[in-house]
Design a protein around this ligand. Sequence first.
Ligand code: HEM
Length: 424
Amino acid sequence: MAPSTKTFDPFDPAFLRDPYPAYSVLRDSDPVHFHPADPDHDRPEFWALSRYADIVAAVREPESFSSAHGLTFYADEIAALGLAPTLVMMDPPEHSLKRRLVASGFSPRRVAQTEDTIRSFARERLAELAERARSGETVDIHSLYSATIPTFVLGFLLGIPAADRPRLDPWVSALTTIQDNGFAFGGLGTSAVSAVAEMFEYFGELIASRREDIDAGREVPDDLITGLLRAEYDGEQLSDWDVLGFCFVIVAGGNDTTGNLISHTIAQLTEHPEQRAEVAANPGLITGALMECLRRESSVQALARTTTRELSISGVRIPEGSKVMMYYGSGNRDEREFGPDAAELNIHREFTSHLAFSQGPHFCIGSHFAKLQARVALEELYAAFPAISADVGGARRIESPFTRGFRNLPAYDFAATASSTAAG
Ligand code: HEM
């Protein structure tokens, strides 16, 4: 029998705390699930794909599964934000051209150049955490470490003057609030909306003045904004709107996701101290451990596509114009793809692909950047505090049907040697 909406309710706090049992039921007994609307709570109907193979096939077929109508199950999210057209919400052929342009401005070389900056920032943060722990404070490693790294690095990469960088924090937290709210803008406080408006204004002015400097032949900093404004492919360039849209996507999509990857790794290695000891003793294992932790606890749990025609998956008919959620977080635990122990953490697991960065045309363009930041953050963390642990049960999680992560994550054991277990 197909699972009832009771088994699977994407707004139920119990589901949001631990969605994995419900995913498992969906994968086994209702992999192409129809979720009815809940008009009492203003929640629309949608379909849910939970198996790895079905999700891969769908995201690789943008002609039938469009991104241009938004990425949640809400109908009007793009209009509600007053968004500039963003890469992640475009379909081919426009998407293909814009993506090539963005990729040439956001090159691996530019990303690699940030490594030393990330490392020294991480060291500074860790020294501060040790100090706080020594003075008896319960250290929230999520907000004081994991979440600070992507925000800092993004400010650096985008060339935001140092004096303006603290302004990024309220914008990032406004975007987090919007996500926590399930993109239901109606219930949002004005502060979140005005923080987003302020962010658009700030980037809009930064981009316009940089464009003026470039056009006038003045010397400009070699940052990502300059890279994007100068990017050229087949005689085409990105417009100021495109660059603004891209800034929005990377602030909205690259911050929390990366911070949560760092915290999810700390949390999962706390629960598997023998694997943490291996990682602390051999930093070469960190890259593999990160991918396994991201697979098992994916920062992006689910995003939508909209069908452009009537189609059928495993014999189930889905009408044209339907919202279909891709449950990346479920696909990443699909035993059909990752074997019977898919739910277990194994930092030595060998796999070539997963869904945490999606696949196909919208595959995360910042994945290398995210991996670089998380690797450096964890190399520094375990070098400084090899036995660091988190109070995973005492953490507060974000409550979003689309993303997974923490609001806070209390941590302890800031000793410099692995053998000590004393707090502080
Ligand atoms: C662990 C961290 C991250 C995760 C889990 C993640 C996840 C994702 C996912 C799942 C998508 C596909 C969206 C879809 O299916 O519609 C995506 C796209 C994207 N991500 Fe990431 N992301 C991360 C970090 C970053 C970073 C650091 C940046 C940039 C600074 C970034 C920029 C983008 C952009 C621009 C796209 C749109 C690509 C396109 O549509 O062609 N992401 N990301």
